[in-house]
Design a protein around this ligand. Structure first.
Ligand SMILES: Cc1cc2nc3c(=O)[nH]c(=O)nc-3n(C[C@H](O)[C@H](O)[C@H](O)COP(=O)(O)O)c2cc1C
Length: 490
C-alpha cells in the first residue's frame, strides 16, 4: 500500500496504536532526543512519537516532529505496506527466479509481477504538494531556522538533519541516486553534506569536482516512508532508489521538477531543500553522536548551499536519532537484509539465512547460515560477501550450519565457542572499513575476521570424528508438549 503523505502514514500508526502524541512542549535541543532514546530502548522498539509542539530555542516550532516511526518490526512492515517484510523478499525471489510459466496459475503470478514492475516506473507531474509553499529566503519566508532540527547528544557540534534523502545525478551517465547522508546545520542557508567516501553521493560529487562544475543537490524529507527506506538500503549499484520505492509501494512515484535545480523529487514529500555543492569546498563537520555509540570526530566534508526550500502546508518534520544500540536504524538495516536476501542467495545459493545483529551496529558483525556441502565453503561465502557492495565493511563474519538460527545470538555464540579451533577456523583479510569505525589504525581501511563455526568436513584439517549435536526425539517432544498442556504448564 502506498501512503499519500508522511502524515497519512503517521495517522495510520496512530490508528494501529503504534503512536504516542506528545502535546506538551519539548525542546529540540537534547530533550526530544532523550525522550526518543528511551522509547527506542523499550522492548521491541517502543512506539513512534509525534511531538506536536516542539520548541526551537524556547520558541514554538511551526512544524511537528515525528520520530521512531519505523523503529520496530511492525512499523517498518507498515511503512512498506506489508504484514511482514519477508513478503517483499518473496516477491523479489519470484522476479529473480522468473521462468516462462508452465501453467495458468504461474502465468497469472508472473502477470501480477509484471504489473507491479510497471508501477515501479516513476510518473511526471506539474503540481506537487511539496511545492505548496515556496521560499527563496526573503526575510518572511521559511528558512532552515524554522525547521525543528534536533541536537541529539550533548557534545554534538550542532543540530543535524538525521533523515535526509539526498538526490543527485551522475553528470555523465545521468543516473540518479538517493542516499541518506546526515546534514549539520551551519546557518540558515548552509549545511554539511556527510556522504562518506565509499557512498554513491561522494562518487557523483567527485565527477563534478573533476569537471570543476557545481553539483545540483535536492534533499527531501518525509513523504511515503518507502522513499526513506530506499535511501538507506544498500542497493546493488545502478539500481535506482525511486524505481525500488515504486516497486515497494506498488505504485509509481510521482516526480516533480525542482524550482531552482535540474533535479526531480517525489511530489508528495514534506520538505525539499534545493541547492548545490561547490567543487573543492570542504568544512569541518561534527562531532556527532553516531550509530557506533561513540562520537565521530570533527572531519572535513563538502558544504551544501541552499537556493530554495519548498514544503507542504501541513508538513511534518521526520527525524531519528542514532547512538548505542538498539536504535531505530537497526530495524531499517534489518529490513534491508531480509528484503535483499534473495539477491545474496542468487550469488551464493548455499546461504540459508543472514542477519546483522544490533550489537554489531550494521557492519561490525554478520551471522550467516549455510547449507554446507564441501570443504572451505564457509570461507568462500565470507570472501564473496566481502566483495559485495557495502558488505565490504563487515568486520566479523561468523558462518554457521543451516540448523542454527542466526536470529538467536545465543545459539550462534554457542556454535562459535563449541565448533571452532581459532587458529584453524579463522581468516584475517584487509579490506575497506566503514568510515565511522574508530577502531582501525587508519580511517577507511582495516582488517576483517571470518570465523567458520560450521561442522568440519573431510579436507578441513580435522582428524577426529565430528560429534552429533544433542537433540530430543520428535515423538518425545510432542508427547511432552501434550502432557505439559494438560498439566496447564506454558
Ligand atoms: C539514519 C541513518 C543515517 C545515515 N547517515 C549516513 C551519513 O551521514 N553518511 C553516510 O555516508 N551514510 C549514512 N547512512 C548510511 C547510508 O544511508 C547507506 O549506506 C546508503 O545505502 C547509502 O546509499 P548509497 O549507496 O546510494 O550511497 C545512514 C543510514 C541511516 C539509516
Amino acid at each position: 500500500m502506498a501512503f499519500r503523505s508522511f502524515r497519512n502514514f503517521v495517522d495510520e500508526l496512530d490508528r494501529a496504536g503504534e503512536l504516542v502524541r506528545v502535546r506538551q512542549g519539548a525542546d529540540t535541543d537534547l530533550v526530544l532526543a532523550e525522550w526518543a532514546n528511551r522509547e527506542m530502548k523499550s522492548p521491541g522498539g517502543g512506539k513512534a512519537l509525534l511531538f506536536e509542539n516542539p520548541l526551537i530555542d524556547g520558541a514554538d516550532s511551526r512544524f511537528p516532529v515525528a520520530i521512531n516511526t519505523m523503529g520496530s518490526r511492525k512499523r517498518i512492515a507498515m511503512a512498506l505496506g506489508v504484514d511482514d517484510v519477508a513478503d517483499l523478499a518473496q516477491e523479489i525471489q519470484l522476479i529473480l527466479k522468473a521462468k516462462p510459466p508452465t501453467d495458468l496459475r504461474e502465468g497469472f503470478a508472473l502477470l501480477k509481477q509484471g504489473i507491479h514492475l510497471l508501477h515501479a516506473r516513476p510518473k511526471h507531474v506539474r503540481d506537487a504538494p511539496c511545492q505548496e509553499v515556496v521560499s527563496f529566503f526573503d526575510p518572511h519566508q521559511t528558512s532552515l531556522r524554522d525547521l525543528p532540527v534536533l541536537k541529539c547528544w550533548p557534545k554534538d557540534g550542532g543540530r543535524f538533519i538525521t533523515l535526509p534523502n539526498v538526490h543527485t545525478r551522475d553528470p555523465e551517465s545521468r543516473a540518479r541516486n538517493v542516499g541518506m547522508y546526515r546534514m549539520q546545520i551551519y546557518d540558515d542557508r548552509t549545511t554539511g553534506m556527510h556522504w562518506q567516501v565509499h557512498k554513491v553521493g561522494a562518487r557523483h560529487g567527485k565527477t563534478y569536482y573533476d569537471r570543476d562544475e557545481p553539483m545540483s543537490v535536492a534533499v527531501t524529507l518525509g513523504g511515503d516512508p518507502a522513499y526513506t527506506f530506499a535511501a538507506t538500503a544498500p542497493l546493488p549499484d545502478g539500481l535506482d532508489e525511486i524505481l525500488f520505492a515504486g516497486f515497494l509501494r506498488r505504485r509509481s512515484v510521482e516526480m516533480v521538477k525542482c524550482r531552482t535545480v535540474e533535479l526531480e523529487v517525489p511530489a508528495d514529500v514534506d520538505f525539499v531543500l534545493e541547492g548545490f555543492v561547490q567543487p573543492g569546498e570542504m568544512r569541518p563537520e561534527g562531532p556527532f553522536g553516531d550509530h557506533t555509540g561513540f562520537y565521530t570526530n570533527v572531519e572535513d566534508y563538502p558544504v551544501f548551499h541552499l537556493k530554495a526550500i519548498t514544503h507542504r502546508r501541513d508538513a511534518i518534520y521526520p527525524a531519528t536519532i542514532v547512538g548505542p544500540p538498539p536504535m531505530e536504524d537497526f530495524y531499517l538495516g534489518d529490513a534491508s537484509v531480509r528484503i535483499l536476501l534473495p539477491v545474496f542467495r542468487m550469488n551464493f545459493p548455499e546461504i540459508v539465512d543472514m542477519t546483522l545483529p544490533p550489537e554489531g551496529v550494521f557492519h561490525n558483525l554478520v551471522f550467516v547460515s549455510i547449507r554446507k556441502q564441501y570443504a572451505y565453503q564457509a570461507f568462500k561465502v565470507m570472501h564473496g560477501l566481502w566483495g559485495m557492495g557495502q558488505m565490504m565493511f563487515s568486520k566479523y563474519i561468523v558462518v554457521v550450519d543451516e540448523d542454527c538460527d542466526v536470529h538467536n545470538t545465543s545459539d550462534v555464540l554457542f556454535r562459535l565457542c563449541a565448533n571452532t579451533d581459532p587458529a584453524r577456523d579463522t581468516t584475517l583479510i584487509r579490506n575497506p572499513s566503514d568510515s565511522l569505525d574508530h577502531a582501525p589504525t587508519e580511517q577507511n581501511i582495516g582488517s576483517h575476521m571470518g570465523i567458520d563455526a560450521t561442522r568440519k568436513l573431510p579436507g578441513e584439517n580435522y582428524h577426529r570424528q565430528w560429534p552429533e549435536l544433542l537433540q530430543m526425539d520428535e515423538r518425545v517432544q510432542r508427547l511432552v508438549d501434550s502432557l505439559r498442556g494438560s498439566a496447564g504448564a506454558r
